[in-house]
Each structure stands twice: as structure tokens, then as C-alpha cells.
Write a protein that binds this ligand. Structure first.
Ligand SMILES: Cc1cc2nc3c(=O)[nH]c(=O)nc-3n(C[C@H](O)[C@H](O)[C@H](O)COP(=O)(O)O)c2cc1C
Length: 272
């Protein structure tokens, strides 16, 4: 399966078969994520956790006791670095037939942080259950999905623009970059808010994709911005799709200084 298909077929899994995760599958995921590098070069420590042993729970998860979690220093860009790295593990798990759900809120956080030994100055942004997806979702899971319209995504012209924010992207205008933007469009995000905006610029110098965050109210307390995790996920998807398309994406933080809509701020760019 190509990466775009994996991205499109992934969904959050909260209801699992009552089968313990095979130790070799858990090991594959841990070994994979430990090796993932992020464009911000921020180290992240990963651990597999056993819910029974550590008293962990999530009110939305049924059928598995295995979780994966990461912690890191609370430094600038920690959110994007975490989003980028964890999403690679999420997609790797998907390829192995293992279900995941990004969880930032619905868990007994104190117990998870204790199990992760999170110290002063560190943060454990999210965790995920790992297991084999059940054929049927729990009622709570299907209601939750309806509540956040988890099966739908914003249209192309709302998240992507040609050269400047006043020119919504169309499929025709996206041309060779269409699949790269589609990969962003399908990404998971907290409460399915999809804060990513991408301005695509083509000139004699080549093609650049500038990523912006459209901030929703209530997701940023000035110290931590969960929607920047979503931005990291979007960067991960774009880069993977670009590589699959035979491009050579290079990451940069270089604000082109465009006029932006309200509550929208520059995050990073890819030269492709
Ligand atoms: C940063 C982040 C945090 C999330 N936190 C939670 C959470 O606490 N509980 C939960 O059930 N889902 C959580 N989700 C999952 C989203 O609700 C889900 O990705 C979104 O609704 C889209 O659905 P999909 O993943 O099935 O495509 C989170 C997702 C992200 C990216």
C-alpha cells in the first residue's frame, strides 16, 4: 500500500479485539518510533505501557491494555516535533494492521505521567492505545465520531491556497501537488479542527509550501498549543507524500511575510 492510501484508510480506533498485542508487534512499533528523527531535532523518549500494571485508563478505549506514550522537554516547537514523530508511528502501526488513537485529553493523565516518569520541565503530549481493531465500534466510539464529524474533512479550497490567501486552491491548479495537499487534508487533528492552511508558491526558483496554523479558540493557553501538534502531523503527511511522489522535500522555517487571515500564523515550509 502506498503512503497516500495508508493516510486515507487510517482512522482512530478506540474499540479493539480482546486480543493482547503480540509482543513482536509492540517491539516493532517501539523500535520504529525510537529511530524517527524530526525536523526540529528535539529528542523524545518513548515507552510502551501496560494499563493493568500502571493503573492507566481512557474512558474511550475498550479492548486493549497496551499504550504507547512519549515525553520530551517543554521547549519551543515541542508540539510540532511530537506531532510529526508520533504520526510516523501511527502510520507505521496502520501498515501493520494495528489500530491507534491520538489521545491528549481522554485519559487519567496523572497515572500516565507517573508511568512515564514525567519530571519538571518535561511534557507528555499524547498517548495512543495499540491493538487489533474490533469489527464493530462501541456505541460510545460511534457517538464520539459523530460528535466531531470524524469522517469528514474541510474542502481543498478551505485549507489550501495558490500563492496567497485570497486564492483558494482548486484541483486543477494544484496539479502535481494535488496528492501532497490531499495527504494534509486527511490528517487527524484534535477535535477534528483541521487547523492547517497551506499556501503553495511556484516561481522560477521552484515550488514551496508554506504551512500556517488557523488557531481555534481555547486550544492554546500561551504555554502549550495542542493545534501545533496537528501542524506537526500535517508536515509529516506532506513530506511523506512528497517523497512518495519522487520529490525531495527540504524543511525550512522562513516566513514569507504574506498577509494572513485572522488568527492564522506561520509555522514552517517545505521546498519541494
Ligand atoms: C493532537 C490530538 C489529540 C487528540 N485527542 C483525543 C482525545 O483525547 N480523545 C479522543 O478520543 N480522540 C482524540 N483525538 C482523535 C481525534 O478526535 C481524531 O483524530 C479526529 O476526530 C479525526 O478522526 P480520525 O482520526 O478517525 O480520522 C486527538 C487527535 C489529535 C491529533
Amino acid at each position: 500500500m502506498g503512503i497516500l492510501e495508508t493516510i486515507k484508510s487510517r482512522r482512530s480506533v478506540r474499540t479493539f479485539e480482546e486480543l493482547p498485542l503480540r509482543p513482536e508487534d509492540a517491539k516493532k512499533i517501539l523500535e520504529f518510533v525510537i529511530r524517527v528523527e524530526n525536523p526540529y531535532d528535539i529528542p523524545i523518549t518513548w515507552k510502551l505501557l501496560d494499563a493493568k500494571k500502571d493503573g492507566l485508563s481512557s474512558p474511550v478505549v475498550v479492548g486493549t491494555d497496551t499504550f504507547i506514550a512519549g515525553k520530551m522537554s517543554r521547549v519551543p516547537h515541542a508540539e510540532e516535533a511530537f506531532g510529526y514523530t508520533f504520526e510516523k508511528a501511527v502510520l507505521f502501526a496502520e501498515e501493520l494492521g494495528i489500530g491507534t488513537t491520538w489521545i491528549a485529553g481522554t485519559m487519567n493523565r496523572d497515572a500516565f505521567e507517573k508511568a512515564m516518569d514525567v519530571s519538571e520541565g518535561e511534557v507528555m503530549p499524547c498517548v495512543s492505545p495499540l491493538g487489533y481493531p474490533a469489527k464493530k465500534m462501541s456505541l460510545r466510539e460511534s457517538m464520539m465520531r459523530k460528535g466531531v464529524k470524524a469522517d469528514s474533512r474541510l474542502p481543498l479550497g478551505e485549507i489550501s491556497f495558490e500563492g496567497s490567501f485570497d486564492k483558494p486552491m482548486t484541483e486543477d491548479a494544484a496539479g502535481e501537488e494535488f496528492n501532497l495537499i490531499e495527504a494534509v487534508r486527511y490528517a487527524p487533528s484534535a477535535v477534528n479542527k483541521q487547523p492547517w492552511r497551506v499556501v503553495l508558491c511556484r516561481d522560477a526558483d521552484g515550488c514551496r509550501a508554506h504551512f500556517y496554523e488557523k488557531k481555534s479558540r481555547g486550544y492554546n493557553d500561551g504555554k502549550w498549543d495542542i493545534q501545533k501538534i496537528d501542524m506537526g502531523i500535517a508536515l509529516c503527511h506532506f513530506e511523506l507524500a512528497a517523497k512518495e511522489a519522487g520529490r525531495n522535500p527540504s524543511f525550512e522555517i522562513s516566513d514569507p511575510g504574506f498577509i494572513t487571515p485572522n488568527d492564522t500564523s506561520y509555522v514552517a515550509s517545505f521546498r519541494i
